[in-house]
Design a protein. Structure first.
Length: 354
């Protein structure tokens, strides 16, 4: 029997399974999915879970059921690429013939002292649950600092304002305007949206240290009753520890078929892959479709076709339940339309995968 092992049931892993199960699979193939949770969780919605505007159940999707699929629940401790073995905590080693690594990312603290200890996170469903508990137990008029005004920080700040308008929210960002990866018009629109709602945007900030209930901006202490870190990501530590070529962000460098050049039976999907686009759920899904195609061709002992460059259709963000922003087909969007589009995409994803 040949065994395909998928590490992580995120957006990339789910799309690979979806594509493979819609095709004819070899009789001698088994597929094993390894994840710590018994469901797929929609990471793009963790901000809403943390803010208290979406329930835990709302952002979960059950894994698919298929006669070829085995699901193992547990923590991965390491990957031995030379021996084709996955080491699991409290379980036997798991051998593979083909491996897909989709372990996602974790917070990057940029060597800021205390940031990893004294801040909350929305990088996993577990950490988002803890963040929800802390934020929603705060008293009236408490101060919440959010470090990082990219997409995650902006969505968390806007959703938290909607959930808890009594809180004093301070959004810290290194840039002159927030959402520096988006067109300037969108950054100004979102900044104005926050100003109208008394969410304080602290531009050109430089967080140098974090202590309990205090962060230091340019060395000056700022009291916060709670602090959430959304100021950068890095690949999962298991991936960072692998002895393979990586880019400056510690993501794994791949060949034209999304596999590791020194271990061509190992594919990498999503946040751990070095790709010419910023990590996103959409990117992971587009890449996953190509990986599924390559696998199908290999199992048929056919040469995979040249893969086209991945194209990103756009990016959408929410500002509470009624407003949003984004870029679709290189066109900036603001107001209700991008929010409705995002809600529609989320609905289709849940109903197509659930």
């Amino acid at each position: 029997m040949k065994r395909l092992v998928l590490l992580g049931g995120g957006y990339g892993g789910m799309r690979i399974l979806q594509k493979l199960f819609a095709s004819d699979l070899p009789e001698d193939l088994t597929i094993t999915l390894v994840d710590r949770n018994p469901y797929h969780s929609m990471k793009t919605e963790y901000y809403a879970l943390a803010a208290g505007t979406a329930s835990d159940h709302h952002i979960r999707v059950q894994f698919p059921v298929h006669k070829k699929l085995e699901i193992k629940y547990g923590e991965i401790t390491s990957i031995d690429l030379d021996s084709n073995v996955i080491h699991l905590n409290d379980d036997d080693d798991l051998a593979y013939d083909t491996l897909v690594i989709g372990l996602g990312c974790e917070d990057k603290y940029h060597n800021v002292p205390g940031a990893d200890v004294h801040t909350l996170s929305i990088q996993t469903i577990d950490s988002s649950r803890r963040t929800y508990e802390v934020l929603n137990n705060l008293g009236a008029k408490s101060v919440v600092g959010i470090v990082g005004a990219g997409l995650s920080g902006v969505e968390l700040a806007s959703e938290l304002h909607e959930s808890r308008p009594d809180l004093q929210i301070k959004l810290f960002d290194r840039g002159h305007t927030i959402l520096s990866a988006f067109p300037e018009r969108l950054g100004k629109y979102v900044q104005s949206w926050f100003e109208e709602r008394n969410v304080e945007v602290v531009s050109e900030s430089n967080i140098t240290k974090v202590e309990p209930n205090t962060l230091f901006n340019h060395g000056e202490p700022v009291h916060c009753d709670s602090i959430v870190w959304t100021a950068g990501i890095q690949p999962n530590k298991i991936v960072r520890d692998l002895d393979v070529e990586k880019d400056a962000q510690k993501r794994i460098v791949l060949n034209d078929y999304h596999s590791v050049p020194s271990h061509e039976n190992v594919f990498v999907v999503g946040d751990c892959a070095s790709l010419p686009h910023a990590p996103s759920a959409q990117l992971a899904e587009e890449q996953a479709e190509q990986i599924a195609l390559v696998l199908q061709k290999q199992w048929k002992k056919e040469t995979p076709p040249a893969l086209p460059p991945i194209k990103i259709k756009g990016t959408l963000g929410s500002l509470g339940s009624k407003h949003g922003f984004g870029v679709m087909a290189n066109r900036p969007l603001t107001g209700r339309v991008p929010r409705l589009l995002k809600s529609g995409i989320l609905w289709m994803y849940k109903n197509h995968n659930g």
